[in-house]
Write a protein that binds this ligand. Structure first.
Ligand code: NDP
Length: 247
């Protein structure tokens, strides 16, 4: 399938590392003009070395107002990927309010904030657009010790549905992807490290394809949903889990 984004401008949050970096590189390869947003300048610099044509924005998405300022003059965006996230692992009854606030700020409120800025300008321009929210299998099953992360992703899922409903008439499609554990990224490594003994083997045994997704699996799904090949897909939640949910 030949997917091209020539003439389109894309914004990817959390593009400094992991899945977001993979998505940004693929979008650039497919001809999109790319804006990479992340928190750490060093990661943005190394990405710019690899993909010289990109624009970078360094901001802490947990800061609502700073994010608004950083994106004030961002210009037209046709494609948005809300990918940035952090993970917090603790038993539900021991989870501190501060940890809940941090995870909600980055994983949910930032996606709300960035989407609002971008969608407003998409509506004004009247040319439509596509948004993909990177959610997780964690919003759809009860992952022990992941109350903050799972709830934030669940809130993001509801937001996806509302945005798809409200923005659809403006030809703006909003969908989400739900990867199972992607063990190769920093987040995947850290989450795997916190799983109870035997949990990794148990999850794997429940995945009919018998493998966890890798970064490329998520990148390909996101790129497809952003593309015109997915022009009738709006408000869908796409599992990237080798059949885990179906099992
Ligand atoms: P990583 O931890 O590898 O990368 C996260 C990225 O988000 C980094 O670039 C980081 O920036 C950025 N980021 C984090 N906090 C902020 C912030 N406050 N402001 C701006 N940027 C921030 O995560 P993954 O690549 O593994 O995950 C990407 C997405 O995929 C997330 O939404 C995650 O929930 C989801 N996902 C991941 C799974 C996994 O197992 N890995 C499974 C299911 C879903 P910087 O580089 O500057 O630190």
């Amino acid at each position: 399938m030949n997917i091209r984004f020539d003439g389109k401008r894309a914004l990817v949050t959390g593009a400094g590392r992991g899945i977001g970096r993979g998505i940004l590189k693929k979008l650039a390869e497919c001809g999109a003009e790319c804006v990479a947003l992340s928190k750490t300048q060093e990661n943005l610099d190394s990405l710019k070395n690899e993909v010289p044509g990109i624009q970078t924005v360094m901001v802490d998405l947990a800061d609502w107002t700073a994010t608004r300022h950083a994106l004030e003059k961002i210009g037209k965006i046709d494609l948005l990927v809300n990918n940035a996230a952090i993970v917090n692992v603790s038993p539900f009854i021991e989870t501190a309010k501060d940890d809940l606030d941090k995870v909600l700020d980055v994983n949910f409120k930032a996606a709300f904030n960035v989407s609002q800025i971008v969608a407003r300008s998409m509506v004004e321009r009247g040319n439509g657009g596509a948004i993909v929210n990177v959610s997780s299998v964690a919003s759809r099953i009860g992952c022990s010790n992941m109350a903050t992360y799972s709830s934030a992703k669940g809130a993001m899922d509801s937001l996806t549905q509302v945005m798809a409903t409200e923005l659809g008439p403006h030809k703006i499609r909003v969908n989400s992807v739900h990867p199972h554990l992607v063990p190769s990224t920093d987040m995947g490594k850290s989450a795997s490290g916190f799983l109870p003994l035997g949990a990794l083997e148990y999850y794997l045994s429940r995945i009919p394809l018998n493998r966890f997704p890798d970064v490329e699996d998520v990148v390909n799904a996101v790129v497809f949903l952003l593309s015109d090949k997915a022009s009738s897909l709006n408000g869908i939640a796409l599992p990237i889990d080798g059949g885990f949910e179906a099992n």
